[in-house]
Design a protein around this ligand. Structure first.
Ligand code: UDP
Ligand code: MN
Length: 569
């Protein structure tokens, strides 16, 4: 009995021992298996033998159709006959001539687009970059050309790795065939692929890439870019000098029609601004001293698709707002945050990368949500303080809408980092940004006694068109929001009322030189233009038509009442 008991105990102990060993083995081996905890697998998977043959054949077919030297030096490229016609069709469908891209060498040579003097700078950075390229249903040849350009134009010692993030593309060629291409054609290069199982949108896709990056600096690129010679050195050198500098190259245009690499000359470029409707805009370099400069130039915002940031700084300063879905808004969020929380944004003139600007998004968004609007509402609530009022005038439906989601974490981040107010940003980083109700003589609706108001007739902020007259809305809508600025402009955000031919009044880009854009608002309500010595009049103007200037007289048609008058300016 006792013996039996002892034997049982022994068996027990042995079982427990074996169990412990098994558990240990499972734990140890799991450390070495690819991590799949975020629904993603890292490093491209090995392609099976059968598939290999199929892929190899596909690639050979594809490679045999490539036309040598097509598009070399970034020249515009053209195809003939059916190919040309198919290219036209593709352009309408994908906003890109995919037929042409497929025939152009993946490693085409580009000319050096930089200013000649850039070569005189002796950059010798010690930092290494992880280049992160995210994609959703992009054309394989365009993605590969992006990868090739990075490999060809980045000295090996500066390139830690390339990380491709597939945001759950459904396009077959971006799966096994891409893996196979990397395995067979780019084997000796450090390229990782993150495969996201369920589409995350570009913000969270970039985050997934950043999480596995090991380089000192993260450089994000869209999947339809081409880097040019010397692009990486000035970015890395500047970050070595100041880790809080977040950098954008000059973004040149790769034409979607013919793949031409086109520049605006080698000295002219613009930096980033924003509109109160929450969109990114290009603006002229802000300070005279910075024009024609080849060292980094201050930029209030960035376009978002292409930028370099020191890896730890990226995390320290709050990476991205993870609750932002889909596409859009993240670039302004990051721009404001960087400036307000102690970093700086700069454009680096000696670093140039081409980007295909597409006329429309060739992909749709889940649930057709206006992710740009929702994301911008998030950033407006977190970063713009009271100035968010202008954004919500454009998007009133989003102001108190639960669709915008919880903001607690981002507000906590702002507190934790002790970030400066948005007013500081406007005063110091973007002082020329027009604020419709600050430092102005009058603002709001400008109405006549007949309840007619000045109206931009939905012109849009960068077009030229008549300064219109329309029934006053019962609330202050953006289309009827006008200001008389300190400079005497009768204006909207970017457009100013200007007299043409001594008669006609058009909204046109504000040029700041007064003359026909100079108006005086008199106490009696007349709006006088000294250049033509006439007054703004609504006489005989139909609803929805343009106002004009006439000889000044005491007339109800020449009296305008602004919602707000500021006598203290
Ligand atoms: N993208 C993504 N997931 C999405 C939408 C876009 O990964 O849900 C990728 C897209 O393939 C591209 C990058 O994000 O590489 C930026 O998108 P896009 O180029 O369309 O934006 P744009 O340059 O027009 O602002
Ligand atoms: Mn893009």
């Amino acid at each position: 009995m006792l013996l039996k008991c002892i034997r049982l105990k022994k068996i027990y102990a042995r079982c427990i021992f074996i169990l412990i060993i098994i558990v240990c083995l499972v734990i140890i081996t799991s450390q070495f298996l690819p991590k799949d905890n975020q629904n993603n697998s890292y490093k491209h998977s090995k392609v099976s033998n059968n598939l290999s043959q199929i892929f190899e054949k596909k690639l050979r077919d594809y490679e045999s159709r490539i036309i040598p030297n097509l598009g070399d030096n970034g020249e515009a490229a053209f195809l003939d006959g059916k190919d040309a016609r198919d290219g036209e069709k593709a352009l309408k469908k994908f906003a890109l001539n995919t037929v042409l891209s497929d025939r152009m060498p993946l490693n085409r040579k580009l000319r050096d687009p930089r200013n000649k003097k850039c070569k005189d700078f002796a950059y010798d950075p010690k930092l290494k970059a992880s280049v992160i390229v995210i994609f959703y249903n992009e054309l394989l040849s365009v993605v590969l050309r992006t990868v090739w350009s990075v490999i060809l134009q980045t000295p090996g010692k500066l390139l830690e790795e390339i990380i491709l993030v597939d945001d759950a593309s459904t396009e077959e060629s971006l799966k096994g065939l891409l893996d196979y291409y990397l395995e067979t054609r780019l084997k000796e290069h450090r390229i990782k692929i993150v495969r996201i199982k369920h589409r995350l949108g570009l913000i969270r896709a970039r985050l997934q890439g950043a999480r596995i990056a090991q380089g000192d600096v993260l450089i994000f690129l869209d999947a339809h870019c081409e880097a040019t010679v010397g692009w990486a050195e000035p970015l890395l050198s500047r970050i070595e000098e100041d880790r809080t500098a977040v950098l954008v190259p000059i973004i040149d245009v790769i034409e979607a029609t013919n793949m031409a690499y086109s520049t605006n000359g080698d000295t002219t470029f613009q930096v980033g601004g924003f509109s109160w409707s929450g969109h990114f805009t290009w603006i002229d370099i802000q300070e005279e001293k910075d024009k024609n400069k080849l060292t980094p130039v201050k930029s209030p915002t960035m376009a978002g698709g292409l930028f370099a940031i020191e890896r730890n700084f990226f995390w320290d300063i709050g990476s991205y707002d993870e609750q932002m879905d889909g596409w859009g808004g993240e670039n302004l969020e990051m721009s404001f945050r960087i400036w307000q929380c102690g970093g700086r944004l700069e454009t680096v003139p000696c670093s140039r990368v081409g980007h295909v600007f597409r006329d429309f998004h060739p992909y749709s968004f889940p649930d057709n949500k206006d992710t740009h609007g929702i994301n911008t509402a998030r950033l407006a609530h977190v970063w713009m303080d009271d100035y968010k009022r202008f954004f919500f005038m454009h998007q009133p439906g989003l102001e108190n809408n639960p669709i915008v989601g919880d903001l607690t974490h981002r507000k906590q981040l702002r507190q934790k980092l002790r970030c400066k107010p948005f007013k500081w940003y406007l005063d110091n980083v973007y002082p020329e940004k027009f604020i419709p109700d600050e430092n102005v003589f009058a603002w709001g609706q400008a109405r006549t006694e007949f309840e007619m108001c000045l109206d931009d007739l939905q012109l849009g902020d960068d077009k030229v068109g008549p300064l219109g007259l329309y029934q006053c809305h019962p609330f202050l809508a953006m289309s009827q929001y006008f200001s008389i600025s300190q400079k005497g402009e009768l204006r909207k955000e970017n457009t100013c009322a200007e007299v043409f031919n001594g008669y006609d009044v058009q909204l046109t880009a504000c040029h700041g030189h007064q003359r026909e854009q100079y108006w005086i608002l008199f106490k009696n309500g007349s709006i006088y233009n000294p250049a033509v010595r006439k007054c703004l009049s609504s006489e005989g103007v139909d609803n929805g038509k343009g106002v004009k200037v006439e000889d000044c007289k005491d007339s109800v048609y020449q009296r305008w009442t602004f919602t707000n008058i500021n006598n203290t300016v």
